[in-house]
Design a protein around this ligand. Sequence first.
Ligand code: NZQ
Ligand code: ZN
Length: 392
Amino acid sequence: MFSFIHDIPTKVYFGEGMISHLGEELARMGSRILLVYGGGSIKRSGLYDTVVREIRSAGLELHELGGIEPNPRIASVRKGAALCRELGIDAVLAVGGGSVIDAAKFIAAGACVDHDPWDFIDRSKLTPIRKTLPLATVLTLAATGSEMDECGVITNPETNEKLGGHSPLLYPKVSFLDPTLTYSVSPYQTACGAADILSHILETYLDSRPCMDMIDTFMEGLIKTVMRAAPAALKNPCDYNARAELMWASSWAINGFILNGRTRAWSCHPMEHELSAFYDIPHGHGLAIITPRWMDYTLTHGGSCWRYVKLGTDLFGISETHTPMDIARLVIERMRTFFYEELGLSSTLTSLGIGREHLETMARKACGTKGFIDGFALLEPNDVEYIYRKCL
Ligand code: NZQ
Ligand code: ZN
């Protein structure tokens, strides 16, 4: 029942100043490096200069591609892959948040083929990834866990699609996690990041397939950590310990360890990816709005209470004298308070400028080619549309 292969091939340098090992690690990967980054936060923080110094002092040749968008676009991936081929790039270095790292993953894969990198992601083709350039990352935002996972999520605005692609070859070879690099993250992005980390854990924890106690306890520890560290980081953005807890939690929430040999069966994520695809909203904020509504709905539509009872009694100290349904409702209320009061995220899609116009289409697309979402409870397009409406 608990058979699985544990293989996370990403080497992590964690802590302040560990970036001093960047040059030596890149030198092992080759001599021509493509530095990929986002809209300029790394220039404003001074990190860009540090990275360039590291690359130059290791005697490596530096090329760069800036301007990767949040919710990264396939056009940027195509541009990066073409640059790699044209310049004979040996390795890709992503410096940024999940968007930059995700784009860099598909740039590294696209560099090794002649076809369009969208073919790796497009559900009608799903061309397997057979080779990638080696990828190094310097993480600047604790959220997605892309720094230590095998997934990337890319947006194609021409088709209004935002889709994830997976391959064991997409794991970064090495990632640098220095909590001080997240001191400059805004309160809003800090909150979105915390909501994303929590969602990765909750979507796994609530899965009622068999799970080891040891991993349940680990997940409860992760949830507790994020719920303590995020408010502390919001209060004091330069709180090293809080930033460190969030950063390491982001990696372990999605790197495969807590899956316990199961395949991912997530629900809120496909629903949120449609919101980002149509409205370009921050992923974590979309999740914070959807999650409590999804919990409410599934509880009375095919989901079971027992995982909530475990979470409520083990983690939140809710008395077992309540009925299981009451415990579940108290857990949901606790999450609502956390997202909307402690993290300060707004609680409705309307607040993000989202109306009714695409709800039906998004619900259908969220259910993918199978026509349903098979997570904590089975959801068909009309269920998903109902949940979206509750989020307005
Ligand atoms: O672009 P720059 O200028 O760097 O600014 C970014 C961006 O505007 C800014 N930022 C990042 N680090 C900063 C900073 N600002 C100040 N100081 C810093 N140190 O924050 C903004 C958001 O960045 P982004 O990378 O978009 O955020 P995040 O890390 O939350 O990534 C979100 C993307 O990852 C995908 C999401 O769907 C979304 O597209 N995901 C990827 C996953 C994966 N690879 O496994 C799983 C997730 O569930 C998620 O779907
Ligand atoms: Zn996520």
